[in-house]
Write a protein of this length. Structure first.
Length: 243
């Protein structure tokens, strides 16, 4: 299994903290977000990485080379990161994924057992959801059916109709990921639609009958780092993560 980490963005909402540092290299406690993410992946026996970089990518590469000198890693550079969104970064990986995969945003503070729960699930295509989080306009939300199959995903959904928040960690079979690559290829190459969140392409696959299931991971700590106040809160949250 391969782990895909998307780490190309500018993280403007975290300025001035990200004026000179990519978001994934900000620290919560004694470790960077990226270090905690890589450690969590390694704890689950996944040793092959694809990392999409962009903003201040040399800082990310230097950090990984120093911290994980033997890591099996492929870097892809999103050179136009200022003008596209994470769907473009994900599209860049489509020709390099050779089997089942795990997708992670690089700005999440989370318990490693969230990955474990995804990997233990009977569903090869699954998405980690926090059902306990209070929902608003900012969160990527999901609506599910009685079997936990995801029917709708996006920020635009009415919170009262939603099961919970997607935390930014997904598991894919190769078949699902290949179909996802085809959707992204059409959008980016033919439609020049480079500024979407990748969840819009997930929705297309759901609408075509490709099943993905919500895995409730609300018993474990997780939070997305979007604003300076999030990072301050993460300083406390990191103390409670399972080591």
């Amino acid at each position: 299994m391969q782990a895909i980490i998307l780490a190309a963005g500018l993280a403007k909402r975290l300025r001035p903290l990200t004026d000179t540092t990519p978001k994934c290299l900000l620290k919560a406690g004694s470790k960077t977000l990226l270090e905690m993410t890589i450690n969590n992946i390694l704890k689950n026996g996944i040793n092959e990485f694809i990392v999409v970089t962009g903003y201040r990518e040399n800082m990310i590469k230097d950090f990984i080379a120093e911290t994980y000198p033997k890591l099996n890693i492929l870097y892809l550079t999103n050179a136009d990161y200022e003008n596209n969104n994470n769907s473009y970064s994900l599209w860049m990986t489509k020709d390099y994924v050779k089997g089942d995969s795990l997708l992670l945003d690089s700005d999440i503070l989370f318990d490693y057992r969230i990955i474990s729960k995804l990997l233990k699930s009977e569903h090869a295509n699954s998405l980690a959801v926090n059902s306990a989080h209070k929902l608003g306009e900012e969160e990527i939300k999901v609506i599910i059916d009685s079997a936990n199959k995801i029917e709708h995903i996006g920020k635009h959904l009415a919170p009262a109709e939603c099961f919970g928040e997607s935390i930014g960690i997904e598991r894919f079979s190769l078949d699902f990921f290949s179909k996802l690559g085809d959707v992204l290829d059409r959008k980016i190459m033919r439609e020049n639609n480079v500024n979407e969140f990748y969840e819009a392409s997930f929705q297309e696959l759901y609408d075509m009958g490709n099943a993905m299931y919500a895995i409730d991971v609300s018993e474990y700590k997780s939070m997305e780092i979007d604003f300076p106040e999030d990072l301050k809160r993460a300083e406390d949250e990191v103390k409670h993560l399972e080591k």
